[in-house]
Write a protein that binds this ligand. Structure first.
Ligand SMILES: *Cc1c(COP(=O)(O)O)cnc(C)c1O
Length: 363
């Protein structure tokens, strides 16, 4: 079978260090080498998140970590604010609603970067927290987290700031403690370039102090106690933990250069697309968003009038590449192309060439 390369915003092309680690023999998770890897990954991820707090590993997709955080930090009936401007911010609102919280949901145009005022506008006195999406993978927006977090901290010092960083970790600069973010999460199949199956939860000191028992499998309060010993309450995806350690060893010492490369790739993708007349999805009132409010995780474009997504998808597939369509409100109206996975220079150049060819053929 010819290999089709992933230009999708998750899962992504695997890091070669991950593939090597996954080819090894099975290890048992209750052994010292496994515990050592487990601890190393927790430490490495805490550095990547930019927190002195702790990181817990869950065997789940990213959504499992979202649920664990909402359940672990808020009691039913407590009020949280959720600005919704894409598929993943909508997921925060759905989870909070499913767990019985009072959700102050603000529906904003999809693809529009959030402003601090829009977030504060949802926070009545007594709001216990705000659930934010840093990189809204469904629309290509990178929300201005520093400004939003500063505004929330100033106006609502007791509210917890909880951030979905699934496609900003390892893609955009992140420093939870410095920004005053209390808790965040990510998943293995995005910026870390691993297969799906592991989720990461970062807890700063205020979030740790508020943690309460929740449910059974996704109980962070229990996990925190067990993970101190380098184990987890149930069988962890230990193979993925070993792979995570291998990739972190390579990524962490040179993280800034990695982030710069991803940012440069994004700018190339938009230059090619916009140069051919495509409109980027990140925008406010029709005006394209500045580059710093577009996530390095994926470029997102509106489909030109009359061009169905399937035609674009198939033109990429004919050249050995898979892209993604729009989600939710943007389904059938946009497409997304991502170099979030392992794309060293020559392979990125191949992807840019494919994109140019597809546009030349279809436009
Ligand atoms: C991928 C992703 C998630 C998690 O999705 P899962 O399918 O549960 O891993 C959450 N938030 C964002 C922004 C994502 O891109």
């Amino acid at each position: 079978m010819n290999r089709v390369r992933l230009l999708t915003p998750g899962p992504v092309e695997l890091h070669p260090r991950a593939r090597l680690a996954l080819a090894g023999p099975q290890v048992h998770h209750r052994t010292e080498p496994a515990r050592e890897a487990f601890r190393a990954v927790r430490r490495g991820l805490a550095a990547a998140f930019g927190t002195e707090g702790e990181v817990l590993l869950l065997t789940a997709s990213g959504t499992g970590a979202m649920e664990a955080l909402v359940g672990g930090l808020f009691a039913p009936g407590e009020r949280v604010a959720v600005p919704v401007s894409g598929k993943f911010s909508e997921r925060w609102a759905e989870i909070a609603g499913a767990l019985g919280l009072e959700v102050a949901r603000g529906d904003l145009p999809w693809g529009q970067p959030l402003t601090p005022e829009e977030v504060l506008g949802l926070m009545a006195p007594g709001t216990r927290g705000v659930l934010l999406t840093h990189s809204e993978t469904s629309t290509g927006v990178l929300n201005p987290l520093a400004e939003i977090a500063a505004a929330v901290r100033a106006a609502h010092p007791d509210a917890l700031i909880v951030v979905d960083a699934v496609t900003s970790l390892f893609l955009a600069p992140l420093a939870l403690d410095a920004l005053g973010v209390d808790a965040a999460l990510a998943g293995s199949q995005k910026g870390l370039m691993l297969p799906p199956g592991l989720a990461f939860v970062a807890l700063g000191s205020r979030a740790q102090a508020r943690l309460r028992p929740y449910g059974y499998y996704l109980n962070l309060d229990r996990e925190r106690r067990v993970q101190e010993k380098g184990e987890s309450a149930f069988t962890p995806a230990i193979n993925l933990v070993l792979a995570a350690r291998a990739v972190l060893e390579e990524l962490l010492p040179d993280l800034d250069a990695h982030l710069k490369r991803k940012r440069a790739y994004l700018e190339r993708l938009y230059a090619i697309g916009e140069g051919a007349g495509l409109r980027p999805v990140p925008a406010r009132e029709g005006v394209p968003a500045p580059m710093e409010l577009r996530t390095p995780a994926t470029a997102a474009f509106h489909l030109p009038e009359g061009l169905p997504f399937e035609a674009v998808r198939d033109a990429f597939l004919a050249r050995g590449a898979r892209i993604a369509g729009g989600q939710g409100a943007l389904k059938g109206r946009s497409f997304r192309i991502s170099l979030m996975g392992h794309y060293p220079g020559p392979e990125a150049d191949w992807a840019f060439g494919v994109f140019r060819e597809v546009l030349a053929e279809l436009l």
